[in-house]
Ligand binder design. Structure first.
Ligand code: FAD
Ligand code: MLT
Ligand code: ZN
Length: 438
Protein backbone atom coordinates (compact mmCIF):
# COMPACT_ATOMS: atom_id res chain seq x y z
CA UNK A 1 0.00 0.00 0.00
CA UNK A 2 1.41 3.27 -1.14
CA UNK A 3 1.26 5.92 1.55
CA UNK A 4 3.07 8.59 -0.43
CA UNK A 5 2.05 9.34 -4.01
CA UNK A 6 4.19 11.53 -6.25
CA UNK A 7 4.64 11.78 -9.99
CA UNK A 8 2.37 13.78 -12.27
CA UNK A 9 0.36 10.84 -13.64
CA UNK A 10 -0.16 9.18 -10.26
CA UNK A 11 -1.28 12.41 -8.59
CA UNK A 12 -3.55 13.48 -11.48
CA UNK A 13 -6.80 11.80 -10.32
CA UNK A 14 -6.48 13.47 -6.91
CA UNK A 15 -6.14 16.90 -8.55
CA UNK A 16 -9.42 16.86 -10.44
CA UNK A 17 -12.94 16.81 -8.99
CA UNK A 18 -15.74 14.33 -9.81
CA UNK A 19 -17.41 16.78 -12.20
CA UNK A 20 -14.06 17.45 -13.90
CA UNK A 21 -14.77 21.14 -13.47
CA UNK A 22 -11.86 22.24 -11.24
CA UNK A 23 -8.22 21.21 -11.26
CA UNK A 24 -5.32 21.73 -8.92
CA UNK A 25 -1.64 21.04 -9.41
CA UNK A 26 -0.55 19.29 -6.23
CA UNK A 27 2.56 17.20 -6.53
CA UNK A 28 2.09 15.18 -3.37
CA UNK A 29 -0.64 12.94 -1.94
CA UNK A 30 -0.21 11.53 1.56
CA UNK A 31 -2.30 8.61 2.74
CA UNK A 32 -1.92 8.17 6.49
CA UNK A 33 -3.37 5.07 8.15
CA UNK A 34 -3.70 6.26 11.72
CA UNK A 35 -4.68 9.38 13.64
CA UNK A 36 -1.10 9.62 14.93
CA UNK A 37 0.14 9.78 11.34
CA UNK A 38 -2.39 12.52 10.47
CA UNK A 39 -1.10 14.44 13.52
CA UNK A 40 2.45 14.01 12.37
CA UNK A 41 1.65 15.30 8.88
CA UNK A 42 -0.24 18.34 10.13
CA UNK A 43 2.34 19.18 12.79
CA UNK A 44 5.02 19.24 10.11
CA UNK A 45 2.92 21.24 7.63
CA UNK A 46 1.96 23.72 10.34
CA UNK A 47 5.58 24.26 11.28
CA UNK A 48 6.64 24.73 7.65
CA UNK A 49 3.56 26.77 6.58
CA UNK A 50 2.47 24.17 4.05
CA UNK A 51 -1.15 24.14 2.88
CA UNK A 52 -3.14 20.89 3.12
CA UNK A 53 -6.26 19.74 1.27
CA UNK A 54 -8.12 16.97 3.10
CA UNK A 55 -9.70 14.54 0.65
CA UNK A 56 -12.09 11.61 1.10
CA UNK A 57 -13.71 9.89 -1.88
CA UNK A 58 -13.41 13.06 -4.01
CA UNK A 59 -17.10 13.04 -4.92
CA UNK A 60 -17.81 16.57 -3.67
CA UNK A 61 -19.71 18.77 -6.12
CA UNK A 62 -18.51 22.27 -5.17
CA UNK A 63 -14.79 22.06 -5.86
CA UNK A 64 -13.82 21.70 -2.18
CA UNK A 65 -12.06 18.35 -2.43
CA UNK A 66 -9.21 19.26 -4.78
CA UNK A 67 -6.42 21.79 -4.40
CA UNK A 68 -6.64 25.24 -5.94
CA UNK A 69 -2.86 25.45 -6.38
CA UNK A 70 -0.28 22.95 -5.09
CA UNK A 71 -1.67 22.16 -1.64
CA UNK A 72 -0.60 18.79 -0.25
CA UNK A 73 -3.47 16.33 -0.55
CA UNK A 74 -4.17 14.41 2.64
CA UNK A 75 -6.27 11.44 1.57
CA UNK A 76 -8.20 9.26 4.04
CA UNK A 77 -8.20 6.33 1.58
CA UNK A 78 -6.19 4.08 3.92
CA UNK A 79 -8.10 5.00 7.08
CA UNK A 80 -10.75 2.38 6.48
CA UNK A 81 -11.04 0.40 9.69
CA UNK A 82 -14.22 -0.24 11.64
CA UNK A 83 -13.36 0.38 15.29
CA UNK A 84 -16.49 -0.99 16.98
CA UNK A 85 -20.17 -1.70 16.52
CA UNK A 86 -22.59 -2.12 19.39
CA UNK A 87 -25.60 -4.22 18.37
CA UNK A 88 -27.65 -3.09 21.34
CA UNK A 89 -27.31 0.66 20.84
CA UNK A 90 -26.70 0.57 17.06
CA UNK A 91 -23.65 2.80 17.47
CA UNK A 92 -20.85 2.40 14.92
CA UNK A 93 -17.37 3.82 15.47
CA UNK A 94 -15.05 3.82 12.48
CA UNK A 95 -12.16 5.60 10.81
CA UNK A 96 -12.99 8.50 8.51
CA UNK A 97 -11.90 6.79 5.29
CA UNK A 98 -14.50 4.00 5.39
CA UNK A 99 -16.53 3.98 2.17
CA UNK A 100 -20.23 4.59 2.90
CA UNK A 101 -21.42 1.56 0.93
CA UNK A 102 -18.95 -0.76 2.66
CA UNK A 103 -20.20 0.47 6.04
CA UNK A 104 -23.78 -0.15 4.98
CA UNK A 105 -22.94 -3.68 3.80
CA UNK A 106 -21.19 -4.40 7.09
CA UNK A 107 -24.18 -3.12 9.06
CA UNK A 108 -26.74 -4.98 6.96
CA UNK A 109 -25.09 -8.24 7.99
CA UNK A 110 -25.83 -7.26 11.59
CA UNK A 111 -29.42 -6.12 10.92
CA UNK A 112 -28.68 -2.40 10.76
CA UNK A 113 -28.15 0.30 8.09
CA UNK A 114 -26.34 3.63 7.82
CA UNK A 115 -28.63 6.59 8.54
CA UNK A 116 -27.61 8.23 5.25
CA UNK A 117 -27.59 7.09 1.63
CA UNK A 118 -26.52 8.89 -1.53
CA UNK A 119 -25.75 8.21 -5.16
CA UNK A 120 -22.01 8.50 -4.47
CA UNK A 121 -22.11 5.76 -1.80
CA UNK A 122 -19.70 3.50 -3.67
CA UNK A 123 -16.87 6.08 -3.46
CA UNK A 124 -17.59 8.68 -0.76
CA UNK A 125 -16.03 8.30 2.69
CA UNK A 126 -17.89 8.75 5.95
CA UNK A 127 -15.37 11.47 6.91
CA UNK A 128 -16.19 13.33 3.69
CA UNK A 129 -19.90 12.90 4.37
CA UNK A 130 -19.51 14.43 7.82
CA UNK A 131 -17.20 17.18 6.55
CA UNK A 132 -19.87 18.21 3.99
CA UNK A 133 -22.82 17.37 6.27
CA UNK A 134 -24.22 15.37 3.39
CA UNK A 135 -28.01 15.02 3.29
CA UNK A 136 -29.01 12.47 0.68
CA UNK A 137 -31.94 10.16 0.15
CA UNK A 138 -32.80 9.08 3.69
CA UNK A 139 -32.69 12.40 5.52
CA UNK A 140 -36.49 12.64 5.51
CA UNK A 141 -36.62 9.55 7.72
CA UNK A 142 -33.42 9.47 9.77
CA UNK A 143 -32.58 13.16 9.98
CA UNK A 144 -29.37 15.09 9.44
CA UNK A 145 -25.85 13.99 10.40
CA UNK A 146 -26.04 16.78 12.97
CA UNK A 147 -28.34 14.48 14.89
CA UNK A 148 -26.97 11.03 14.11
CA UNK A 149 -23.25 11.77 14.53
CA UNK A 150 -22.58 11.26 18.23
CA UNK A 151 -18.87 11.89 18.33
CA UNK A 152 -15.85 12.84 16.25
CA UNK A 153 -12.10 12.60 16.48
CA UNK A 154 -10.46 15.51 14.71
CA UNK A 155 -6.85 16.51 14.14
CA UNK A 156 -6.45 20.27 14.32
CA UNK A 157 -4.25 22.39 12.08
CA UNK A 158 -1.30 22.33 14.51
CA UNK A 159 -1.39 18.52 14.68
CA UNK A 160 -3.09 18.17 18.06
CA UNK A 161 -5.79 15.51 18.24
CA UNK A 162 -9.18 16.42 19.67
CA UNK A 163 -10.87 13.30 20.98
CA UNK A 164 -14.63 13.90 21.13
CA UNK A 165 -15.35 10.39 19.93
CA UNK A 166 -18.04 9.64 22.49
CA UNK A 167 -20.85 7.19 21.91
CA UNK A 168 -23.44 8.86 24.13
CA UNK A 169 -26.94 9.78 23.04
CA UNK A 170 -27.01 12.56 25.60
CA UNK A 171 -24.08 14.74 26.63
CA UNK A 172 -24.63 18.33 27.71
CA UNK A 173 -21.21 18.99 29.17
CA UNK A 174 -20.35 22.35 27.65
CA UNK A 175 -20.44 23.35 24.00
CA UNK A 176 -21.04 20.64 21.40
CA UNK A 177 -17.73 21.09 19.60
CA UNK A 178 -18.29 18.30 17.07
CA UNK A 179 -21.01 20.42 15.44
CA UNK A 180 -18.35 22.93 14.42
CA UNK A 181 -16.60 20.29 12.34
CA UNK A 182 -19.75 18.81 10.78
CA UNK A 183 -20.10 20.70 7.49
CA UNK A 184 -16.79 22.57 7.89
CA UNK A 185 -15.48 21.15 4.59
CA UNK A 186 -11.96 20.47 5.78
CA UNK A 187 -11.29 24.08 6.78
CA UNK A 188 -11.19 23.63 10.58
CA UNK A 189 -9.65 20.20 11.12
CA UNK A 190 -9.20 16.74 9.65
CA UNK A 191 -11.87 14.31 10.80
CA UNK A 192 -10.13 11.01 11.60
CA UNK A 193 -12.91 8.96 13.21
CA UNK A 194 -16.68 9.07 13.51
CA UNK A 195 -19.18 7.67 16.00
CA UNK A 196 -22.63 7.40 14.44
CA UNK A 197 -26.05 6.13 15.47
CA UNK A 198 -27.45 3.59 13.00
CA UNK A 199 -31.06 2.53 12.60
CA UNK A 200 -32.31 -1.06 12.44
CA UNK A 201 -32.52 -2.47 8.93
CA UNK A 202 -36.19 -2.21 7.96
CA UNK A 203 -37.82 -5.61 7.34
CA UNK A 204 -39.97 -4.30 4.49
CA UNK A 205 -38.97 -1.71 1.90
CA UNK A 206 -41.34 -0.70 -0.91
CA UNK A 207 -40.75 1.78 -3.67
CA UNK A 208 -43.42 3.46 -5.78
CA UNK A 209 -42.87 5.58 -8.87
CA UNK A 210 -45.62 7.94 -9.99
CA UNK A 211 -46.21 10.31 -12.84
CA UNK A 212 -47.73 13.70 -11.93
CA UNK A 213 -49.38 16.07 -14.38
CA UNK A 214 -48.22 19.29 -12.64
CA UNK A 215 -45.94 20.46 -9.83
CA UNK A 216 -49.06 21.33 -7.84
CA UNK A 217 -49.94 17.64 -8.08
CA UNK A 218 -46.44 16.70 -6.80
CA UNK A 219 -47.10 18.85 -3.71
CA UNK A 220 -50.63 17.55 -3.24
CA UNK A 221 -49.35 13.98 -3.48
CA UNK A 222 -46.72 14.77 -0.83
CA UNK A 223 -49.38 16.00 1.57
CA UNK A 224 -51.55 12.91 0.97
CA UNK A 225 -48.54 10.69 1.24
CA UNK A 226 -47.46 12.08 4.61
CA UNK A 227 -50.98 11.79 5.95
CA UNK A 228 -51.53 8.23 4.73
CA UNK A 229 -48.10 6.65 5.05
CA UNK A 230 -47.07 8.42 8.24
CA UNK A 231 -44.20 6.74 10.05
CA UNK A 232 -43.28 4.34 7.23
CA UNK A 233 -42.46 7.07 4.68
CA UNK A 234 -38.67 7.05 4.12
CA UNK A 235 -38.14 9.08 0.93
CA UNK A 236 -40.06 11.49 -1.28
CA UNK A 237 -37.95 12.46 -4.29
CA UNK A 238 -39.02 14.25 -7.45
CA UNK A 239 -37.68 14.75 -10.97
CA UNK A 240 -39.04 16.60 -13.99
CA UNK A 241 -39.51 15.25 -17.51
CA UNK A 242 -36.24 16.83 -18.70
CA UNK A 243 -34.37 14.68 -16.15
CA UNK A 244 -36.15 11.60 -17.43
CA UNK A 245 -35.17 12.50 -21.02
CA UNK A 246 -31.50 12.87 -20.02
CA UNK A 247 -31.48 9.58 -18.09
CA UNK A 248 -33.13 7.80 -21.02
CA UNK A 249 -30.82 9.36 -23.61
CA UNK A 250 -27.51 8.76 -21.89
CA UNK A 251 -28.08 5.75 -19.65
CA UNK A 252 -30.71 3.93 -21.70
CA UNK A 253 -32.96 3.61 -18.67
CA UNK A 254 -36.61 3.92 -19.55
CA UNK A 255 -39.51 5.41 -17.68
CA UNK A 256 -41.59 2.72 -16.00
CA UNK A 257 -44.74 4.86 -16.12
CA UNK A 258 -46.50 6.89 -18.83
CA UNK A 259 -44.79 10.13 -19.92
CA UNK A 260 -45.57 12.94 -17.47
CA UNK A 261 -44.21 16.44 -16.76
CA UNK A 262 -43.13 15.26 -13.27
CA UNK A 263 -42.30 12.02 -11.53
CA UNK A 264 -42.06 11.16 -7.84
CA UNK A 265 -40.32 8.31 -6.14
CA UNK A 266 -41.79 7.28 -2.80
CA UNK A 267 -40.11 4.80 -0.49
CA UNK A 268 -41.60 3.20 2.58
CA UNK A 269 -39.58 1.36 5.21
CA UNK A 270 -41.32 -0.55 7.91
CA UNK A 271 -41.45 -3.77 9.85
CA UNK A 272 -44.45 -5.55 8.31
CA UNK A 273 -44.61 -5.97 4.54
CA UNK A 274 -48.33 -6.80 4.36
CA UNK A 275 -49.22 -3.78 6.46
CA UNK A 276 -46.90 -1.48 4.49
CA UNK A 277 -48.12 -2.70 1.08
CA UNK A 278 -51.71 -2.23 2.15
CA UNK A 279 -50.96 1.33 3.25
CA UNK A 280 -49.12 2.07 0.02
CA UNK A 281 -51.91 0.67 -2.15
CA UNK A 282 -54.54 2.66 -0.24
CA UNK A 283 -52.44 5.73 -0.76
CA UNK A 284 -52.10 5.10 -4.51
CA UNK A 285 -55.85 4.69 -4.79
CA UNK A 286 -56.48 7.90 -2.89
CA UNK A 287 -53.86 9.82 -4.85
CA UNK A 288 -55.49 8.51 -8.02
CA UNK A 289 -52.02 8.24 -9.42
CA UNK A 290 -50.96 5.99 -12.25
CA UNK A 291 -48.18 4.55 -10.19
CA UNK A 292 -45.98 1.52 -10.17
CA UNK A 293 -44.76 -0.39 -7.15
CA UNK A 294 -41.92 -2.60 -8.18
CA UNK A 295 -38.30 -3.53 -7.73
CA UNK A 296 -36.77 -0.69 -5.76
CA UNK A 297 -33.28 -0.98 -7.21
CA UNK A 298 -34.43 -0.25 -10.75
CA UNK A 299 -36.58 2.71 -9.64
CA UNK A 300 -33.88 4.12 -7.41
CA UNK A 301 -31.33 4.07 -10.22
CA UNK A 302 -33.58 6.32 -12.31
CA UNK A 303 -33.37 8.93 -9.57
CA UNK A 304 -29.84 8.34 -8.27
CA UNK A 305 -28.19 8.33 -11.69
CA UNK A 306 -29.49 11.73 -12.84
CA UNK A 307 -26.20 13.30 -11.67
CA UNK A 308 -24.18 10.89 -13.81
CA UNK A 309 -26.52 11.24 -16.82
CA UNK A 310 -26.18 15.04 -16.75
CA UNK A 311 -22.40 14.87 -17.07
CA UNK A 312 -22.89 13.29 -20.52
CA UNK A 313 -24.60 16.49 -21.68
CA UNK A 314 -21.33 18.47 -21.58
CA UNK A 315 -20.73 21.12 -18.91
CA UNK A 316 -23.07 21.14 -15.88
CA UNK A 317 -23.82 24.26 -13.80
CA UNK A 318 -25.07 22.80 -10.49
CA UNK A 319 -27.24 24.53 -7.90
CA UNK A 320 -28.35 22.98 -4.65
CA UNK A 321 -31.04 25.14 -3.12
CA UNK A 322 -33.30 25.01 -0.04
CA UNK A 323 -36.64 26.74 -0.56
CA UNK A 324 -40.13 26.79 0.86
CA UNK A 325 -41.51 23.70 -0.82
CA UNK A 326 -44.43 25.50 -2.53
CA UNK A 327 -41.97 27.69 -4.48
CA UNK A 328 -39.44 24.98 -5.22
CA UNK A 329 -40.12 24.56 -8.92
CA UNK A 330 -40.74 28.25 -9.74
CA UNK A 331 -36.98 28.74 -9.80
CA UNK A 332 -36.60 26.13 -12.55
CA UNK A 333 -39.39 27.71 -14.61
CA UNK A 334 -37.95 31.20 -14.18
CA UNK A 335 -34.45 30.04 -15.06
CA UNK A 336 -35.68 28.22 -18.15
CA UNK A 337 -37.47 31.37 -19.35
CA UNK A 338 -34.43 33.52 -18.59
CA UNK A 339 -31.87 31.36 -20.37
CA UNK A 340 -33.94 30.37 -23.41
CA UNK A 341 -31.80 28.68 -26.06
CA UNK A 342 -28.49 29.70 -24.50
CA UNK A 343 -28.75 26.59 -22.28
CA UNK A 344 -28.94 23.06 -23.62
CA UNK A 345 -31.14 21.92 -20.76
CA UNK A 346 -32.51 23.31 -17.50
CA UNK A 347 -33.62 20.50 -15.19
CA UNK A 348 -35.06 20.23 -11.69
CA UNK A 349 -35.00 17.27 -9.31
CA UNK A 350 -34.25 16.64 -5.68
CA UNK A 351 -35.27 15.84 -2.17
CA UNK A 352 -38.73 17.39 -2.20
CA UNK A 353 -39.53 16.00 1.22
CA UNK A 354 -36.64 18.10 2.59
CA UNK A 355 -37.44 21.26 0.57
CA UNK A 356 -34.23 20.72 -1.43
CA UNK A 357 -34.12 21.49 -5.16
CA UNK A 358 -31.27 20.48 -7.45
CA UNK A 359 -31.37 22.95 -10.31
CA UNK A 360 -28.95 21.98 -13.08
CA UNK A 361 -28.20 23.86 -16.27
CA UNK A 362 -26.28 22.10 -19.03
CA UNK A 363 -24.40 23.33 -22.09
CA UNK A 364 -22.09 21.69 -24.63
CA UNK A 365 -19.14 23.37 -22.95
CA UNK A 366 -18.37 25.96 -20.27
CA UNK A 367 -19.27 29.51 -21.19
CA UNK A 368 -18.63 32.58 -19.09
CA UNK A 369 -21.59 34.43 -20.54
CA UNK A 370 -23.97 31.61 -19.60
CA UNK A 371 -22.54 31.63 -16.07
CA UNK A 372 -23.16 35.38 -15.90
CA UNK A 373 -26.76 34.83 -16.95
CA UNK A 374 -27.26 32.27 -14.16
CA UNK A 375 -25.32 33.93 -11.32
CA UNK A 376 -26.04 35.97 -9.27
CA UNK A 377 -29.66 35.71 -10.51
CA UNK A 378 -30.06 32.25 -8.95
CA UNK A 379 -28.69 33.45 -5.60
CA UNK A 380 -30.76 36.65 -5.57
CA UNK A 381 -33.88 34.63 -6.35
CA UNK A 382 -33.10 32.24 -3.49
CA UNK A 383 -32.36 35.03 -1.02
CA UNK A 384 -35.67 36.74 -1.85
CA UNK A 385 -37.42 33.56 -0.69
CA UNK A 386 -35.18 33.30 2.41
CA UNK A 387 -33.79 30.05 1.00
CA UNK A 388 -30.29 28.59 1.23
CA UNK A 389 -27.81 28.69 -1.65
CA UNK A 390 -26.33 25.42 -0.41
CA UNK A 391 -28.76 22.93 1.04
CA UNK A 392 -26.40 19.94 1.28
CA UNK A 393 -23.33 20.17 -0.98
CA UNK A 394 -21.47 22.92 0.89
CA UNK A 395 -19.75 26.02 -0.51
CA UNK A 396 -16.31 24.63 -1.36
CA UNK A 397 -14.43 26.68 -3.93
CA UNK A 398 -17.29 27.43 -6.29
CA UNK A 399 -19.80 29.04 -3.94
CA UNK A 400 -17.78 30.60 -1.14
CA UNK A 401 -18.10 34.12 -2.58
CA UNK A 402 -21.90 33.87 -2.37
CA UNK A 403 -22.25 32.98 1.32
CA UNK A 404 -23.75 36.41 2.06
CA UNK A 405 -26.92 35.47 0.17
CA UNK A 406 -27.72 33.01 2.95
CA UNK A 407 -25.87 34.32 6.01
CA UNK A 408 -25.73 37.76 7.61
CA UNK A 409 -22.43 39.66 7.72
CA UNK A 410 -22.10 39.09 11.48
CA UNK A 411 -22.35 35.32 11.02
CA UNK A 412 -19.64 35.33 8.34
CA UNK A 413 -17.36 37.42 10.58
CA UNK A 414 -17.86 34.97 13.44
CA UNK A 415 -17.06 32.07 11.10
CA UNK A 416 -13.85 33.87 10.08
CA UNK A 417 -12.96 34.30 13.76
CA UNK A 418 -13.44 30.58 14.41
CA UNK A 419 -11.26 29.81 11.40
CA UNK A 420 -8.53 32.19 12.63
CA UNK A 421 -8.63 30.65 16.11
CA UNK A 422 -8.46 27.01 14.97
CA UNK A 423 -6.18 27.50 11.99
CA UNK A 424 -4.26 30.75 12.55
CA UNK A 425 -1.85 30.09 9.69
CA UNK A 426 -4.69 29.22 7.28
CA UNK A 427 -3.12 25.94 6.15
CA UNK A 428 -6.31 23.84 6.12
CA UNK A 429 -8.14 23.77 2.80
CA UNK A 430 -7.34 27.39 1.95
CA UNK A 431 -9.53 29.32 -0.56
CA UNK A 432 -12.59 27.22 0.41
CA UNK A 433 -15.93 27.82 2.16
CA UNK A 434 -15.27 31.31 3.53
CA UNK A 435 -15.14 34.29 1.17
CA UNK A 436 -11.74 35.73 0.38
CA UNK A 437 -11.20 39.36 1.35
CA UNK A 438 -12.58 41.76 -1.29
P1 FAD B 1 -14.65 14.69 -0.76
O1 FAD B 1 -15.33 14.99 -2.03
O2 FAD B 1 -13.34 14.03 -0.84
O3 FAD B 1 -14.51 16.03 0.08
C1 FAD B 1 -15.58 16.89 0.27
C2 FAD B 1 -15.17 18.01 1.24
O4 FAD B 1 -14.91 17.48 2.54
C3 FAD B 1 -13.89 18.73 0.85
O5 FAD B 1 -13.98 20.06 1.24
C4 FAD B 1 -12.81 18.01 1.66
O6 FAD B 1 -11.70 18.84 1.91
C5 FAD B 1 -13.55 17.67 2.92
N1 FAD B 1 -13.12 16.43 3.57
C6 FAD B 1 -13.15 15.17 3.05
N2 FAD B 1 -12.74 14.29 3.98
C7 FAD B 1 -12.45 14.99 5.10
C8 FAD B 1 -11.98 14.65 6.39
N3 FAD B 1 -11.75 13.39 6.75
N4 FAD B 1 -11.80 15.65 7.29
C9 FAD B 1 -12.05 16.94 6.97
N5 FAD B 1 -12.48 17.31 5.77
C10 FAD B 1 -12.68 16.35 4.84
N6 FAD B 1 -24.33 15.12 -1.38
C11 FAD B 1 -25.43 15.16 -0.60
O7 FAD B 1 -25.44 15.88 0.40
N7 FAD B 1 -26.55 14.44 -0.94
C12 FAD B 1 -26.60 13.63 -2.01
O8 FAD B 1 -27.63 13.03 -2.29
C13 FAD B 1 -25.44 13.55 -2.83
N8 FAD B 1 -25.42 12.74 -3.89
C14 FAD B 1 -24.32 12.70 -4.68
C15 FAD B 1 -24.34 11.87 -5.80
C16 FAD B 1 -23.25 11.80 -6.65
C17 FAD B 1 -23.31 10.90 -7.85
C18 FAD B 1 -22.10 12.58 -6.36
C19 FAD B 1 -20.91 12.52 -7.24
C20 FAD B 1 -22.07 13.40 -5.23
C21 FAD B 1 -23.16 13.49 -4.39
N9 FAD B 1 -23.19 14.31 -3.26
C22 FAD B 1 -24.31 14.34 -2.47
C23 FAD B 1 -22.06 15.23 -2.93
C24 FAD B 1 -21.44 14.93 -1.57
O9 FAD B 1 -20.84 16.05 -0.99
C25 FAD B 1 -20.50 13.80 -1.53
O10 FAD B 1 -20.84 12.71 -2.28
C26 FAD B 1 -19.97 13.31 -0.16
O11 FAD B 1 -20.57 13.75 1.01
C27 FAD B 1 -18.53 13.74 -0.12
O12 FAD B 1 -17.78 12.73 0.44
P2 FAD B 1 -16.29 12.45 -0.09
O13 FAD B 1 -15.69 11.44 0.80
O14 FAD B 1 -16.29 12.14 -1.52
O15 FAD B 1 -15.61 13.86 0.19
C1 MLT C 1 -28.58 14.13 -5.68
O1 MLT C 1 -29.50 14.36 -4.90
O2 MLT C 1 -28.71 13.41 -6.67
C2 MLT C 1 -27.24 14.70 -5.36
O3 MLT C 1 -27.26 15.70 -4.41
C3 MLT C 1 -26.36 15.01 -6.53
C4 MLT C 1 -26.83 16.11 -7.42
O4 MLT C 1 -27.24 17.15 -6.93
O5 MLT C 1 -26.76 15.95 -8.63
ZN1 ZN D 1 -29.09 15.72 -3.34
Amino acid sequence: MEMVVTGQEEVKPFNVDWLKSVRGCSQLVLKPQTTAEVSQVLRYCHEKNLAVNPQGGNTGLVGGSVPVFDEIILSTALMNQIISFDKVSGILVCQAGCVLERLNEYLEEQGFIMPLDLGAKGSCHIGGNVATNAGGLRLLRYGSLRGTVLGLEVVLADGSALNCLTSLRKDNTGYDLKQLFIGSEGTLGVITAVSILCPQKPKAVNVAFLGCRSFAKVLETFTTCRAMLGEILSAYEFMDEKCMEVVERHLKLSSPVADSPFYVLIETSGSNSTHDEEKLNNFLEQAMASGLVTDGTMLWSLRERITEALTHEGYVYKYDISLPVAKLYDLVTDMRARLGHSAKNVVGYGHLGDGNLHLNVTADSYSHSLLDAIEPFVYEWTARCSGSISAEHGLGFKKKQFIQYSKPHEAVVLMQQFKAMLDPKGILNPYKTLPSAP
